[in-house]
Design a protein around this ligand. Structure first.
Ligand code: GDP
Length: 297
């Protein structure tokens, strides 16, 4: 499970703070230095850590302690609030088009990030809320991805639209949109091609889809296990194709969690969902307050 080590360290720091009845400015500073170390060890982006700690310090030293709180509780409350702010403040979900219109969601990401699996998971989640999604296989380079989408669609009784690999992703997406209109699908989820590394061709292809089809939500899938690389990937994608939201996968794995903690601060784009396992049901709406609670214990 992600964040285990970070969580343990932060809880130890808080425990020793609680043990000190009164807190001097030096005590707070020393504790924040440890918080800083713990975050860096969890692979949180160093600029993000710097600002995070500075903000907490300013608030902890500069504000009155509420009578109902001990000084330690005061500091812990501030860390909790700042952590929630850092990872997103509020729960955000996919923005749907008005009723009667089709919401087009484009999934982007590097190969192996979990894009195809997540597209299917997302379709299942949206279906369970009463929607009628259509999964669209726009990855024309990897026949296995098309097959994988079909299998995962079938498992959930969700239709999958594919046209093989001779047409362009734009043509497939256009045809899928027509198909969706005729078959009363209110959501289109485009599974696009990924590559091992960011390259111009992949970005151009995604930009081309957006130019030709009215994509309502562009979602990036990143792998939490890749740490700060995931954050860099998100920054590049956001620069090139403007994201609406991010899905962080493999948070069930043995990741230090730094990507999930930095990505919103670095890109300005919210995490909408997190992948918590390989099963199709293992996709959770991302709640910043609950995540902070999980970390701080
Ligand atoms: P794509 O190349 O981005 O389309 O990646 P895939 O959807 O094929 O996923 C790559 C691998 O990651 C597969 O083995 C998935 O089962 C696995 N995977 C995807 N999401 C998660 C997750 O949240 N947790 C875990 N443990 N594995 C995941």
């Amino acid at each position: 499970m992600a964040f285990e080590s970070l969580s343990e360290k932060l809880q130890n720091i808080f425990k020793s703070l609680r043990g000190k009845g009164k807190l001097s400015e030096a005590d707070v500073k020393a504790a924040l230095k440890e918080v800083r170390m713990a975050l860096l060890e969890a692979d949180v982006n160093f600029k993000v850590v710097k600002k995070f700690v500075a903000d907490i310090q300013e608030r902890a030293v500069g504000t009155e302690v509420l009578e109902s709180l001990t000084p330690a509780q005061h500091v812990i409350k501030i860390v909790n609030e700042e952590l929630i702010k850092l990872i997103g403040s509020e729960t955000k979900e996919i923005i749907m088009q008005p009723q009667g219109e089709i919401t087009v969601i484009m999934m982007a990401g590097l190969q192996g990030a979990g894009k195809t699996t997540t597209a299917a998971k997302l379709a299942g989640k949206l279906k369970s809320k009463g929607n009628t999604p259509l999964l669209v296989a726009c990855d024309v380079y990897r026949p296995a991805a098309v097959e994988q989408l079909k299998i995962n669609g079938e498992k959930q009784n969700i239709p999958v639209f594919s046209m093989g690999n001779n047409l362009s992703p734009v043509d497939i997406a256009k045809a899928a949109l027509e198909h969706a209109k005729k078959n009363h699908n209110n959501i289109l989820i485009l599974d696009t091609a990924g590559r091992l590394h960011i390259d111009e061709k992949m970005m151009d292809e995604l930009a081309d889809i957006k130019k030709n089809i009215n994509v309502n939500q562009t979602l990036l899938v990143v792998d939490a296990m890749t740490g700060q690389d995931a954050v860099n990937v998100a920054e590049s994608f956001n620069d090139k194709i403007e994201l609406d939201g991010i899905i962080v996968t493999k948070l069930d794995g043995d990741t230090r969690g730094g990507a999930a903690l930095s990505i919103k601060a670095v890109t300005g784009k919210p995490i909408l969902y997190v992948g918590m396992g390989e099963k199709l049901s293992d996709l959770e709406v991302f709640h910043p307050d609950r995540m902070a609670g999980r970390i701080l214990g």
